[in-house]
Design a protein around this ligand. Structure first.
Ligand code: 5GP
Length: 140
């Protein structure tokens, strides 16, 4: 099959689909997951095309982890979770549902259970407000 240029994250990168962006640089983009498993669930993607870790060069992957650390630090500071999960899935059999490589940043809150993975659409205003909080913290 190969990389599909019309996958949702490719469309978000081209601004053909809306997203709540929190950070962008030459090589990466970070935005809110539209069906978050917890408040602040954020995705980091490379601008390079590739479905999974096996398709991408080390430089693109390094750029993703650099942005992931930066955004995860802002989430930790802004939302004060009890912990933060950083993870990514490779292949449908591993649970991957969008086939443009992405890293999940998932805050964990002791008293709030996770929502099921890729299940309920979050209210756009809540996503916008959480994105703004993270963005402001990144600027500090
Ligand atoms: P995966 O299962 O591939 O690791 O994760 C894909 C993630 O993308 C899921 O957490 C899902 O909620 C999220 N997602 C799916 N479609 C969209 C979309 O159109 N916009 C955004 N921002 N996130 C999406």
């Amino acid at each position: 099959m190969g990389y599909d240029d019309d996958n949702v994250f490719a469309k978000i990168l081209r601004d053909e689909m809306p997203s709540h962006r929190v950070y962008e640089d030459e090589q990466t983009l970070a935005f809110m997951d539209i069906m978050p498993v917890s408040k602040g669930h954020t995705l980091v993607i490379p601008k390079t095309k590739g479905e999974n870790i096996f398709d991408l060069d080390a430089e693109s992957l390094a750029a993703v982890i650099k942005t992931t650390k930066r955004v995860a630090e802002a989430i930790k500071k802004a939302l004060e979770p009890s912990g933060v999960i950083v993870t990514q899935l490779n292949g449908a059999k591993a649970g991957q549902t969008v086939f443009h490589y992405h890293m999940h940043i998932i805050p964990v809150y002791e008293k709030a259970p996770f929502q099921p993975h890729a299940n309920d659409l979050e209210d756009s205003e809540i996503l916008a407000s959480t994105a703004e909080t993270i963005k402001q913290t990144l600027l500090q």
